[in-house]
Design a protein around this ligand. Structure first.
Ligand SMILES: [Fe+2]
Length: 232
């Protein structure tokens, strides 16, 4: 669990850095108890800000992970990848070996902390043709049960989504589906344990993962890009 602690610390430090001395979050699960305005929360959750960098040790561990290697070989026929945050379209730069984090406060008081339903294929506003261009690893750091975990629709990745179903608003880093779009799929929320992650296909529907627990959820969603397909 050393890595989990390291990632939590990095996230904590980054949050404090973004807002200077305004916050002193010593325990991120109580983030919602701090007097953070929605405006300040949104500043912290801006994709330009909400990222941490992986050190070499963690990158090496991820690259050597047998489960991930197996999944990539099965899906891409290779296991060469880069972990990247950002996009040249939205940010004019991409960050290697970095990942985005998200903090979602309990829904009871904060209804807007989560992104709507979307697919990650066009992450960063880039339209990607190959469904083998990337994968996402959703990694909970605080909040593992089905009250907190990622909401996703199994088997939805086989669908070709009409572009008319995507909302034009630019609020999110990835375009979300229109609110009135009727998804012909059932959504589930897995029960995870500490150290478990969800690795999912870039065309899979997910999102709207409201935090219906009592503590703040902290998660990373890092993007693994196929080195043999240059659609960054
Ligand atoms: Fe996503």
């Amino acid at each position: 669990m050393k890595i989990l602690k390291f990632l939590l610390n990095s996230t904590n430090q980054r949050l404090n850095k973004i807002l200077g001395k305004k916050l002193n979050i010593d325990n991120l699960k109580n983030y919602h108890k701090h007097d953070v305005s929605d405006l300040d929360h949104n500043i912290m959750m801006n994709p330009h800000s909400r990222y941490i960098r992986f050190d070499k040790n963690i990158i090496n561990k991820i690259k050597k992970n047998k489960e991930l290697t197996k999944i990539l070989n099965g899906f891409w026929d290779n296991n060469k990848f880069e972990i990247i945050w950002g996009s040249s379209t939205l940010y004019n730069k991409t960050l290697k070996n970095a990942t985005g984090f998200r903090v979602a406060r309990p829904k009871k008081k904060h209804t807007k902390d989560v992104a709507g339903v979307h697919i990650d294929l066009h992450f960063g506003g880039e339209i990607r043709k190959s469904k083998k261009a990337m994968l996402t690893v959703w990694t909970p750091l605080i909040g593992f049960s089905d009250k907190y975990s990622l909401r996703l629709a199994p088997k939805s990745h086989n669908t070709n989504w009409p572009s008319s179903s995507i909302s034009k608003q630019k609020k999110y880093i990835t375009p979300v589906f229109k609110k009135n779009y009727k998804f012909p799929f059932k959504f589930i929320r897995p029960n995870l344990k500490k150290g478990e992650v969800i690795i999912f296909h870039p065309n899979l529907l997910h999102g709207g993962s409201s935090n219906i627990g009592n503590v703040s959820r902290v998660s990373l969603d890092f993007r693994i890009f196929n080195s043999e397909i240059s659609e960054l």
